[in-house]
Ligand binder design. Structure first.
Ligand SMILES: Nc1ncnc2c1ncn2[C@@H]1O[C@H](COP(=O)(O)OP(=O)(O)OP(=O)(O)O)[C@@H](O)[C@H]1O
Ligand SMILES: [Mg+2]
Length: 469
């Protein structure tokens, strides 16, 4: 046992976030290695019956409104609706990041102000800008936006000898591939390609179309325009798709789709593979494009690839692995399988995050950002208690840390808005004084560093007003 093993881990409070279409996964450096935080966060935002925002918990029943797969909408001007409200994509993304920040703070036992966040390699500037905005709304200093396949490559670790890897990252919503060289000098991308609209979600959609056709033939009813029905079939399709990675056949159970229609739709692995065949072919075409770039610029062709690395959980589909192995003329066993494809990118982000010094506070002083953050936090439901650890290890969120709850912030936000609104109305010296004492109270409330942080942020944002602070 080394000296290090005796000491309790000291987590580096700059976090690595793999912001996925389906799932968000985080990792932090514990002094020895990047540790993936337990309990990945499903990338879903819903609303409870009280109208509060619930993050990361798929809806209990079909009547609950849900926004999933926000990563694919980033950079668009779309408006996303929940009951009675609409949001821009960066705001929905911010809900996820606020929850991730909260969990990370509970895990490391102190404030977290900084993050490295992954982005699809093929994302354009609008998407990247949207993530920057979302990070600001979550009061996170975005230290680096890391392309997905680079994150996966970084996670493989440096090597004494140079090796060429083909990274194939097929997630829920985006596909990324890159040819990378890893050696003593770090990671170099030799060629990359991707499709920001290709992933497991599309496979689910193929199954939905198939099921709807089966239902039309058997029940003589076209349910394809019923969004509610589609959502139900999609959920079942996703579940059965996962089953088909280990089973040869499955059945979609769809009781009471409408008052008169219940359906069971058998689905074989073969039929599913046929449905996704064009998508897999598209992904291999992109891999060819990445290889062509690597060849043109670095003279590295298909035979120069030492190892194929799978990232993204949709690579669990046996047909995907088989096609990829066939493409490189390898056996399926030759593809690197010792790494969890669901954790690779988060590990890479955590490794890069380690390179940054933690900041004392959130540094984005754009006026209005703090107010926007408080508004979003005030809309969120209190988090449910952390689930107990599965393997008897430490609980998901360490006890003893006063995990900030949105309820705390609702009170603070109400007070802040009341007092700030009045303080900025120049004719109210009494209220300005109230504002001053409000900020002082917040700052005095340290040792909870989050309150001091809020005070600092208020000072940064509103301190210029008549030299109030
Ligand atoms: N055992 C399985 N077999 C097949 N597909 C699976 C399996 N488990 C999960 N999936 C699919 O993998 C996808 C999620 O993969 P992952 O978590 O890597 O995506 P993500 O990182 O959230 O998204 P992205 O990187 O595309 O933005 C989903 O479509 C899910 O249905
Ligand atoms: Mg991913």
């Amino acid at each position: 046992m080394t000296e290090h093993d005796d000491s309790s881990p000291s987590h580096h409070p700059v976090i690595g976030i793999d912001l996925g279409t389906t799932t968000c996964t985080m990792s932090v450096w514990d002094g020895h290695q990047p540790v993936v935080l337990p309990g990945p966060l499903p990338s879903v935002v819903t609303q409870n019956p009280a109208g509060q925002i619930v993050v990361g918990r798929p809806p209990d029943d079909d009547s609950q409104p849900v926004i999933a797969g926000i990563k694919r909408d980033l950079g668009s001007e779309e408006r996303l609706r929940l009951r009675g409200r609409q949001y821009r994509p960066p705001e929905i993304c911010a809900f996820l990041l606020i929850e991730l920040k909260r969990r990370a703070e509970a895990y490391v036992g102190g404030p977290v102000h900084d993050a490295v966040i992954t982005v699809s390699g093929s994302a354009g500037e609008p998407q990247r800008r949207a993530i920057r905005e979302a990070a600001g709304l979550a009061q996170l200093n975005l230290r680096r936006l890391l392309d997905d396949p680079v994150a996966a490559a970084v996670a493989l670790g440096e090597d004494d000898r140079e090796r060429i890897y083909a990274i194939y990252d097929l997630g829920g919503g985006t596909f990324d591939t890159a040819i990378v060289r890893i050696g003593p000098d770090g990671v170099a991308v030799l060629g990359a390609a991707g499709d920001p609209q290709l992933g497991g979600d599309d496979f689910d959609e193929h199954i939905v179309g198939y099921a709807l056709r089966q239902i039309r033939e058997r029940h003589h009813v076209d349910l394809s325009r019923d969004e509610h029905v589609r959502a139900r079939i999609r959920r079942e399709a996703e579940r059965r798709k996962r089953e088909l990675s280990t089973a040869e056949t499955t059945v979609l159970e769809l009781p009471l789709l409408t008052a008169t229609v219940s359906a069971t739709v058998p689905l074989s692995r073969r039929a599913f593979e046929a449905m996704i065949e064009p998508d897999v072919t598209t992904s291999l075409g992109l891999l060819t494009a990445a290889l062509a770039a690597a060849r043109a610029e670095h003279g590295i062709g298909r035979r120069g690839v030492d190892q194929v690395v799978l990232a993204g959980v949709a690579t669990r589909i046996p047909a995907v692995r088989a096609r990829l192995a066939g493409y490189f003329g390898l056996g399926p066993g030759d593809i690197r399988a010792d790494l969890d494809p669901g954790e690779l990118n988060a590990r890479g982000a955590g490794l890069i995050a380690r390179e940054f010094e933690p900041a004392m506070t959130f540094e984005g002083a754009r006026p209005g950002l703090l107010g926007a953050n408080l508004r979003l936090r005030a809309e969120m439901a209190d988090p449910s208690p952390a689930p107990p650890a599965v393997d008897g290890g430490p609980p998901d969120l360490l006890p003893g840390v006063p995990a900030e709850t949105p309820a705390d912030f609702r009170a603070v936000a109400d007070a802040a808005h009341r007092v700030l609104g009045a303080a900025m109305d120049g004719a109210r010296p009494g209220l300005r004084a109230a504002y001053l004492s409000f900020v002082a109270a917040i700052q005095a409330a340290a040792p909870d560093p989050r309150l001091a942080e809020l005070g600092e942020a208020l000072r940064a944002e509103y301190g210029h007003l008549d030299g109030l602070v």
